[in-house]
Every structure is written in C-alpha cells, then in structure tokens.
Design a binder for this molecule. Structure first.
Ligand code: GDG
Length: 744
C-alpha cells in the first residue's frame, strides 16, 4: 500500500508541475493580450475624447463647458476619469469626483509631452488596478499644447488571471483524483489481482495441487506465467518420481527418510486417518508487538521434533494457548490452521486459568516432575495444590480431545511429555478403541529416585493407559520398567518389554528422537569464513576462535559448569586470552518458576565476574545472548563456531547437538557432548565430557581448538551420517509403525 501511495503522490507531483508551468505560460500570454487590448482601446477612447474636446480647450471662455464635457465621459463602465493638462502640466479639467491628488502627482502626462508620443502604464488607485493612458495635444501648427490622460479600470485583468489560476487548479484537482483512481484500478486489476492469482497458483503447485494447463492467465504476465507453468510441470514430475521412489522404499526402514517418504508411509499406514497430537507447548505462539500481531516458534526440543511430522502428515495438534495474542487469532472453536504462512494442519488451543498454569505448569511439572526426572541435584518440590491442578488440567485436555475424536473410529493419539502423564488412562477409560502412544521427552530416573514422588502410582497408572510408551534410550526404558515393578502390581514381561495391568498391555520401547536433517550442498571454506566474519561483526567481537552454547536457560543444561570451564581454560591456557570467545545463546525459559529466575540471575552474575577477570579494552571472553532466536539465526551461529559445547547435567536426548551437526555441511567443527545427554549414546565421535568435571571440560576446549582438520572431518562425516540416517522422519515412522502394529 505504501508503494501505491508513493506512486500516486509522485504522479500528482509531476502533473502539478506540468499544470503550474503551463498556467504560468497561459497567464503570461493572457496578460500580454489584455494589456495590448486595453492600450488599443485607451488610445481610441483618448482620441475620440480629444476630437470632441479640442474646440473648447485652451479657451478660458469655454472652461465650464470643457468641465461638463469631461464629466460626460466619466463613469462609463471602464473609464474612471479624464484629465486635461496644459503644456506646463497644469490641470485644466478633471472628471468630477476623481482623485485630484492622483491627477496632480501622475508623471505620465509630462513624460508624454516631452516625448510627444502617447503612452500608457498600469498603476494602482485606491488599491484597485488601473490603466493610465495619455496622449499629447497639438495646436494647428503641430506644437504640443497640452495632454489628455484617461484612467481606465484594469481590475478585470486581475480577475481574468485569477480565474485562469482557479480553473486550472480545479482541473488539476479533478485530474489528480481521476488519475489516482485510475492508478489504483490499474494496480489492482492489472498487477495486484493477477499477481495474487499467480501466487495462489504457485502456492497450490508447491502444495501439490498443480492445475492442468496454464497456472494462471494474464496478458501482461504471459512470459512469467509460461515460465512458472513449465516449472510447476517439472515440479509435478519430480514429485511423482519422489512419491514413486518413496513408495518403493516404504518397507525398507533404513534407507533415507524424507518428509515425502513419511507422507507416503503414513498415508499407507493410517489409511487416511489423521493423527491427534497433544502437548503442553504449542508449535506456534502468537504475540503482540506494538499494535501488530506476529508469531514465534517456541524454543523447545519437542516442537523442533514434532512439527515436521505434522507438516507432512496433517491432523490436529492440541496445546495450551500461551501467547498473549493467541486468543485473537483462533476461530470460534479455538482453532487455527498452521504454519500460519503455509497451513498444513490444525492447531487447537486450550486455555488455562492463571491458577491452573501456576499449579499444573510452574508447580507440579516444572518444580516437581522436571527435577525428579533429571538427576541434576535440584530438589523437587511437591505440593498437594499443584497435584490437584495437574489432575484438573489433564482432565481439561482429556475433555477437549474426547470431543474432537467423538466421531473418529480408532483415533490415533500421540501424547507428548511429562505434562500429561494422566491423560492416556483418562482417554483409554472413555475410548478403549483409541490407539494411544505417549512419548516421554525427558529422562526416566531410577526406581529409588522416583520413589520420593507422593503420587508416583497415579502417574505410572496414568501412563500405562497408553498402548505404547516411548523414551529416548534403553536406559530410560529399563528405569521405567524397574519403577513399575517396584511400585505397581502388574505383570512385567522383560522379553517383550511390556507391562500388563488390568488386562491392558503397554509396550515400552526406545525411540531416539532426532531432527529433520535437510541435506545441503557442502559449503566451501570461503563461505564458512564469510559467515564467520559476519557473525563476529554482528556481535562486535574481535577473536580468532569461537566456542558456542545454545540452550534454554535451564539449570539441567549445565550452563554454570560450562562457564567455569571457560574460566579454567583461560587460566590454564593464557595464550587463548584475546583469541577465544565463548558465545552463549540462551532463550529465557519458565521465567516465572523461582528456581529458574534464581538460576538466570546466577548465570548472569558468573558471566559478569568471569568477563571482569579477563576482559581487555577490546575483548571479553563470554558473549551472552539472552533472547529468543529464530532457527535461521541459530544455524548461522552453529556454522561459525569452532566447537559447540553441549554439557547438560542430564538430558533426554539434546537436539542442539544434532542441529550443530546438521549445520556443518563443511564437515568441520567439533562437538563436545555430555555423557549424561541421551545423544551421547549415538554420537560417539563427539568429545564426550563429564560436565561436573570442570578441568576435563576445559581440556576438551583445548582438544577441540587444536584438533587437526582431517580429524574434524572424519568425525563430523560419521556423525552427519548417523543423524541423516536416523532423522526425525524415521523416528516418527518407527514410532507410528510400532503403535499401529498394536491396533487390535
Ligand atoms: C526436551 C528434552 C529432548 C533453543 N533456543 C532457541 C530455540 N532453541 C531450540 C533448539 C533446539 C531446542 O530448542 C532445544 O532442544 P533440546 O533437545 O536441547 O531441549 P529441550 O527443550 O529441553 O527438550 C530434550 C527434547 O525434548 C526432544 O525430545 O532432546 O532432552 O529436554 O531445537 O534449536 N528455538 C528457537 N529459538 C531459540 O531461541 N526457535
């Protein structure tokens, strides 16, 4: 719209300029012609008067008669006055009522007598424009004996000029309005509308709905349309081939998995049925920014993993609407199609009261279950009121889900994480035909640790309502089975890894989660260097080596230990001072939970302290970026880092480690990985560290920064192969295949 307004303003400016220049010319012409006309008329009038007055002039006997005649000519429409002078410039007669002052001070009569030539000029009289014209009077011998001056009203000339300006400006206004309307019409009809149609066709083509024949029709865009039509044909052919290939590969789980292959796979497997995903965190959160509404993808490993699956399979995702503009963007059923700029599935938002959020999310989930499952030595807090809210919110989500699956036979439900441990049983009780899987994204502790939870039995029973329980690693599965054996009366089958309780069987299985892993072209050293330079410039740092950490601001991620390792590293290897900078990216997380607020404060304090110890005029060892980043921004940092440090004290999997590997298409860079992160089971080519051992972690920084390029490539290649082979599409294919095999 801004551009349209600018175009209209520009056009109006150009037209105004043209109109003004032409009006000036027209006015000039008109002025000259009117002046010539008044002069001609004045000359005729003056001579006519002269002929009539001549016999009575210069004869005192007739002076009264002269005055009478002079008065006779006055006050006609345009002639304001007549004055007769002798050759000494004395006034002989003057129209009655005419300004004596004016007639006496006027120099024109004297001038024309000197020159013996008639002349006229414009002047002003009582603020009115007048034209004075004087002719010399001669005796019979031709000598100048006096002069006659007439004064004509010239106001009509100004009126005429004013009319020209007025008419032209009015015409300009009408033209501007007409042209603006024409521009709007042209832009809408000939540009905007066809481009919109073209964009819609391209979008449809991208989504697989390729029209037969031309994708749009418009004479102006003919060449463009032809080009797009042939691109979309090629796209359709490529898509057909990909679909065929995907179908051929369906049965072989270990050949590369892509979004396309997963789509074909689920089409076959689910027989047209949709998936229902339930999670606490939503994949898209709408937020207010001034008077605009925008959206973000929350920093969450669960979202990173599940979103690509929903994009390729479609279905419904039910989650807590926690963005401050979420309510403004849903329809009357609290639903919205997402991704917002390329809708593929439905997001249904569930609203929680402040009290529910406080008890269920902040309290039981984040102060209770999170520290209980992570052995990170933060004591879990269990409150009865929090448990009450946890049960209530699980019930609320159960009601929402039951309503959505009311008319669906054997609905397929994937429940995410520790926020909904009670949900599987709630659903199973009402809908025994539902096929339910729950995936636990965080570790499962050993049976002794779990014992401290006052509601451990309710949690286990709730989870066992699912047909399939997924964890990241075999160790977590073992811990879970062990916990069930300790806490419940149930039949545990250690061969099948299944639990039978009240006639219902649940299978427990590891599914190491992953990322989409998009294959990119190998980046050249120059590209990598250029990106690195840009990142350093953006951060305003001068350094040779860069270490990187990317985590939610969470105490389980081992941030403080990592910072202490940076301090120890710089103490032990002073040569790296001024040459090494550690960039820590941290998206604020769970900020209303007291332990998190305190932790964030502690991290900032430690960074300040370490920076104060080592900083020089133009260098500091740690750059802390405490804000939410987009995935594109994160990948820029991954590509620029010499090493990425993932030093979680305990972590279900850790997707940052896998994202770093995916970003390194240049096959360089070193991954430092905590032995307590699930990812360390797969990524054996990382430098594995014990995050509690500060000296060892600091030493691993040195090892990473001095590792030979060939060694880096060897390790990175192997890790890339692993993540590519076991990407998130394969993860969901295996999870869904296992779940559907349990359908009875
Ligand atoms: C749980 C388990 C398990 C980070 N900052 C931003 C941002 N991130 C993204 C990263 C990554 C994800 O968040 C974090 O993934 P993690 O796996 O490290 O961690 P958790 O959130 O703790 O997830 C974990 C995971 O579930 C999956 O099962 O691996 O063990 O704890 O993808 O890129 N994303 C955006 N902005 C940021 O500023 N958009």
């Amino acid at each position: 719209m801004k551009q349209v307004i600018s175009a209209i303003l520009f056009l109006t400016f150009v037209i105004t300029l043209i109109v003004v220049v032409f009006t000036f010319q027209q006015v000039d012409r008109e002025q000259k012609s009117l002046a010539a006309d008044i002069q001609k008329r004045s000359d005729e009038t003056a001579h006519r008067i002269n002929d009539n007055l001549k016999p009575y002039m210069f004869n005192t006997y007739y002076s009264t008669y002269l005055q009478t005649l002079v008065d006779k000519y006055t006050n006609s429409e345009r002639l304001l006055g007549v004055a007769v002078y002798d050759n000494k410039d004395n006034l002989l007669a003057l129209s009655t009522g005419f300004s004596t002052e004016f007639a006496k001070t006027e120099t024109l009569p004297a001038n024309i007598m000197d020159a013996d030539k008639a002349s006229g000029d414009f002047s002003s009289l009582d603020n009115n424009s007048v034209y004075d014209y004087a002719i010399p009077l001669h005796d019979n011998k031709g000598a100048v004996v006096g002069s006659l001056m007439i004064v004509q009203n010239a106001g009509y000339i100004n009126d005429r000029i004013f009319d020209i300006w007025k008419n032209n400006l009015l015409r300009l206004l009408v033209q501007s309005i007409a042209i603006s309307l024409a521009v709007l019409f042209i832009i809408y009809w000939f540009i905007s509308k066809p481009i919109k149609a073209l964009a819609e066709s391209i979008k449809n083509a991208r989504n697989g709905n390729i029209p037969k024949g031309k994708i749009a029709n418009h004479i102006f865009f003919e060449p463009l349309i032809n080009e797009f039509t042939s691109i979309s044909k090629s796209l359709q052919e490529a898509r057909n081939i990909a679909t065929q290939e995907a179908r051929l590969r369906l049965e072989k789980l270990d050949s590369p998995w892509t979004a396309e292959r997963l789509k074909e796979f689920t089409k076959d497997l689910l027989k047209g049925k949709n998936i229902f995903v339930v999670s606490n965190r939503e994949p898209y959160m709408h937020i207010k920014q001034g008077n605009k509404i925008s959206y973000i993808q929350p920093a969450s490993g669960m979202v990173t993993a599940l979103e690509p699956i929903m994009r390729s399979c479609g279905g419904m995702w039910i989650a807590h609407g926690s963005g401050d503009a979420d309510k403004l963007t849903v329809n009357s059923h609290d639903k919205i199609k997402v991704p917002p700029d390329d809708p593929k599935y439905t997001l249904k938002r569930v609203w929680l009261t402040k009290e529910e959020e406080k008890g269920y999310y902040n309290g039981f989930c984040n102060e209770g279950l999170w520290p209980l499952c992570h052995t990170a030595h933060t004591r879990p807090v269990f409150r009865k009121e929090d448990w009450y809210q946890y049960e209530k919110v699980n019930g609320k989500f159960a009601q929402t889900l039951l309503k959505e699956i009311k008319d669906v036979r054997k609905p397929i439900i994937l429940i995410q994480d520790f926020h909904f441990a009670l949900l599987p049983k709630m659903i199973k009780n009402s809908r025994p035909d539902a096929i339910i899987g729950i995936f636990w994204h965080i570790p499962w502790p050993n049976a002794e640790s779990f014992q401290i939870c006052p509601w451990r039995r309710e949690i286990l029973e709730g989870m066992l309502g699912a047909d399939l329980l997924g964890f990241h690693t075999q160790l977590h599965c073992n811990n879970f089975i062990d916990t069930v054996s300790h806490e419940l009366e149930a039949l545990v089958d250690l061969e099948l890894f299944a639990v039978q309780k009240e006639g219902h069987v649940s299978f427990i299985k590891p599914f190491p989660i992953s990322i989409p892993f998009l294959e990119q072209e190998k980046e050249s050293t120059e590209q990598v260097e250029k990106n690195k330079k840009e990142v350093f410039e953006e951060l305003g740092i001068k350094t040779k080596y860069m270490g990187l950490g990317v985590d939610r601001l969470d105490y389980t991620k081992g941030l403080l230990e990592r910072l202490h390792a940076v301090e120890y590293f710089l103490q032990t290897y002073p040569a790296y001072r001024k040459n090494f900078t550690f960039v820590q990216i941290s998206a604020p997380s769970r900020t209303t939970v007291p332990q998190y607020a305190k932790f964030a404060e502690e991290v900032e304090k430690e960074i300040e302290r370490i920076n104060a110890t080592f900083r020089t005029r133009d260098w500091k060892p740690i750059v802390f970026l405490k804000k939410h980043h987009t995935h594109e921004q994160l990948y820029k940092y991954y590509k620029a880092a010499d090493f990425c440090a993932v030093t979680s004290l305990h972590d279900g999997m850790n997707l940052v480690a896998k994202e770093f590997i995916m970003a390194r298409s240049d096959e360089k860079g070193v991954l430092l990985l905590s032995q307590f992160a699930g990812a360390s089971r797969e990524l054996k080519d990382a430098i594995i560290v014990n995050p509690y051992n500060i000296e060892q972690t600091a030493e691993s920084f040195k090892t990473a920064l001095t590792m030979m390029q060939a060694e880096q490539t060897k390790r990175m290649k192997r890790m890339r192969e692993i993540v590519q082979n076991y990407n998130v599409y394969r993860w969901s294919a295996e999870l869904l295949k296992t779940l559907m095999a349990l359908e009875n």
